[in-house]
Design a protein around this ligand. Structure first.
Ligand SMILES: [Ca+2]
Ligand SMILES: [Ca+2]
Length: 437
């Protein structure tokens, strides 16, 4: 628990750089969780090995939504059609038993909303990937198009240069790319895709290049902006950011660059100023004392439970278990705060239909909450209009106030100081806040 001390001079609200985070266990007993998705209702869909399970009302339902045991090697991701409630279609990216990467459409059962129709599979897209990085995620953008990333297809072992097959900068290769599909069109290619000219030797699905092993990307549900966590070789992990509406023909740099560091000059485009450099990078194995690192890309928080988290991109590192909150500030700067929590092997983040965020390790799922240790509230003088101050968390007990009139503490997450609140010089009051401990 943490005590906030409220001094009294002028009404001042000093904003925190970022709130602290807390993880609340919501599911246990899973095996190999690597993706979490929402169908726009109160359930979460959990990719667990080669099954997709449902988390509803705090329980993992005993019968999986979809069970592809013996049919696929492992499932990387699932996402639901924006009109899932009407058409019942959802999309699965998996590694097939022949090592190809596959995107397939499935449908829900007509008579049980907690079951998929196992016979509904229609393969939309696949490519062979026998040797390495799959980079698998699958998400619908704000434009209604289906996006996936592909890894560079290389094993990328420690102490190698990586991108052994030099795919990421090779536009004729499907690997190391951002792909975009129109699932409502017979040929699956959105009219805006930039490489659909005949005979250009570039797969028409490609819209951007230069990725290594993007492990989870997301779209800001408010702005539509794209955020990618791209796992680095031995030197740098990176986060890539692209504003909505400008995804086409981006080149994220790999393997010319690893993070912001020049890496393989022979793989550089002629004009390097065309590259989209990371919004941030951080040191991997070679530059952080030989500690392994592997980014797990997250989400921008747009939920309502924790207003102090609004607009922060929350991401983590699979190896170190560290978390960060990153924000693009209105002055163009970036704030990127390491948070004080650790978790064993965060594998994926997820967002529910309300914008609340979750993070999983292989066997557990946690909801992410914010708590308010990073700010102090300073108030003094006479309040002439009703004022609200975010406290980020609930006031629970032991409120002591002196030399004032007409103060109300609201039920949660804010302190309300009514007009008429009067404080005298030297007055101090304390509010005990439910903190992160
Ligand atoms: Ca996902
Ligand atoms: Ca083409």
């Amino acid at each position: 628990m943490r005590f906030f001390i409220l001094y009294l001079l002028l009404p001042i609200f000093s904003l925190a750089q970022s709130p602290n985070l807390k993880l609340n266990l919501v599911a246990d007993g899973l095996s190999y969780v690597v993706d979490i998705a929402s169908a726009g209702d109160n359930r979460l869909f959990i990719v667990d090995g080669n099954k997709i399970k449902i988390l509803a009302n705090g329980q993992i339902l005993p019968t999986p939504f979809l069970d592809l045991t013996n049919q696929v090697n492992w499932i990387m991701a699932v996402c639901f059609h924006p009109n899932y409630a009407q058409n019942g279609n959802f999309y699965v990216k998996y590694k097939a038993n022949d090592a190809s990467c596959v995107i397939a459409r499935f449908s829900k059962s007509t008579d049980d909303s907690n079951l998929a129709d196992p016979n509904s599979a229609t393969i939309l897209f696949s490519y062979p990937n026998n040797n390495g990085h799959e980079g698998g995620d699958l998400e619908f953008g704000k434009d209604g198009y289906l996006y996936t990333t592909t890894g560079d297809g290389a094993p990328g072992e420690r102490n190698t240069l990586g991108d052994e097959f030099q795919n990421a900068q090779n536009m004729s290769s499907i690997k190391g790319k951002l792909l975009r599909f129109n699932v409502n069109s017979p040929n699956l290619i959105p009219i805006e895709n930039p490489y659909q000219q005949p005979n250009d030797n570039i797969p028409d699905e490609i819209i951007a290049s230069g990725l290594r092993n993007p492990w989870k990307f997301s779209f800001d549900r408010q702005s539509g902006d794209l955020w990618i966590g791209d796992v680095g070789q031995d030197s740098y992990e990176e986060v890539d950011f692209v504003p909505f509406g400008s995804f086409e023909q981006r080149n994220f740099g790999w393997s010319c660059y690893e993070g912001n560091m020049l890496h393989l000059t022979q793989n550089c485009p002629q004009n390097q100023s065309t590259l989209t450099m990371p919004i941030i990078d951080y040191a991997g194995y070679n530059f952080n004392g030989n500690q392994a690192a592997s980014i797990t890309g997250g989400y921008v928080y747009r939920g309502t439970k924790y207003p102090a988290l609004n607009g922060f991109y929350c991401y983590a590192d699979y190896n170190s278990g560290k978390f960060w909150l990153l924000k693009r500030l209105s002055n163009g700067n970036i704030s990127n705060d390491a948070k004080g929590i650790l978790m064993n092997n965060p594998t994926t983040f997820g967002e529910d239909s309300y914008g609340e965020l979750y993070v999983a390790t292989f066997d557990k799922i946690y909801q992410i909450s914010a708590c308010g240790n990073d700010q102090t509230i300073t108030v003094s003088g006479q309040i002439t209009t009703t004022s609200y101050y975010n406290a980020l968390s609930s006031i629970t007990s032991n409120v002591t106030i002196s030399n004032q009139t007409n103060v109300t503490f609201s039920a949660s997450k804010k302190i309300e100081l009514n007009a008429g609140f009067k404080v005298e010089n030297g007055s101090v009051f304390y509010a005990q806040i439910d903190g992160c401990q």
